[in-house]
Each structure stands twice: as C-alpha cells, then as structure tokens.
Design a protein around this ligand. Structure first.
Ligand SMILES: [Zn+2]
Length: 149
C-alpha cells in the first residue's frame, strides 16, 4: 500500500471515518465521565500537590534571591565586607542598613523593598551596615529611645 493509495482511500471513506470517530466519542462519553468522577479526588489531590510543591519552590527561590540582594547591599555599605561597620558582626540575621543621619523612625524603609530601592537607586550615600546591637546603641546615644539608660 503506498501513501498515494492510502490518501485516496481516506478521501473516499472520509465521511465514514469521521462518523466512526464521532460515534466512538459519543458512545464512550459515559465511560469518560465515570472515569473522571472516580478519579476526581486523585486528580484534584495531584494538582493541589503540584501547586504546593511549586509554591514552595518559588518561595525558596524568592528567598534566595532576596538574600543575595541583601548580602550585596550589606557588603556595599559595610565597606566591602558583609558585616557591621562598628563591631564586625557578620551574622546576616542581625544586620541591617542604618541611615547615618536619620533621626527617629520617620522615613525609615523596611525589609526587602528597601534593599531593592538602594540597588535601583545606585547605592546612594548616607547609609551604613550596622548590627541590631549597634543600631540600638546609636539610638540610645542619640536619645531616640525614651527608656534607654
Ligand atoms: Zn555592630
């Protein structure tokens, strides 16, 4: 059987083929519905699992990216070292950016948006990397803290 013959054969019986396909489709409709219904929970559980796994993956990737941005910023404002400019504390969780001349809490930006903001604005001057302790000490020294010693 060559292809030319096959094509001819198909053309000749096209309607019949299509009709068969249609009939098959409709006659198995119930089966398909049954299959779908009996596997509903399975399918839903699967898509839920898929969604959750990806959510978790995205969350981790996001976190890694934010950490990278933060580290880059802290290193820049830590004079080339990812650490506190006053005491050298280098644990990431303790470090944050301090506005050298800021008085009080006004215009203090927080979190990852602040790091992104510094990056986008080409590392503006007037900031430094400080650890929480040194920030607290600075606030007490500047009389920014009411119940400081
Ligand atoms: Zn420090």
């Amino acid at each position: 059987m060559n292809t030319k013959y096959q094509r001819k054969y198909y053309q000749k019986n096209k309607e019949r083929f299509k009709k068969n396909q249609r009939e098959y489709y409709y006659s198995h409709k119930e089966e398909r519905r049954e299959y779908y219904n009996s596997h509903k929970e399975e399918r839903q559980a699967y898509s839920r699992k898929y969604h959750n796994e990806n959510k978790e993956k995205r969350r981790i990737q996001n976190r890694q990216y934010q950490q990278q941005v933060k580290e880059g910023i802290l290193t820049h404002y830590g004079n080339g070292k990812c650490g506190c400019v006053k005491c050298g504390e280098s644990r990431l969780a303790c470090l944050s950016i301090d506005h050298i001349k800021a008085i009080g809490a006004k215009r203090r930006r927080k979190g990852v948006y602040f790091y992104r903001w510094l990056e986008i604005n080409n590392y503006p001057k007037g900031y430094q990397t400080l650890c929480m302790n040194c920030q607290w000490v600075k606030r007490v020294e500047n009389n920014e803290v009411r119940n400081g010693l």
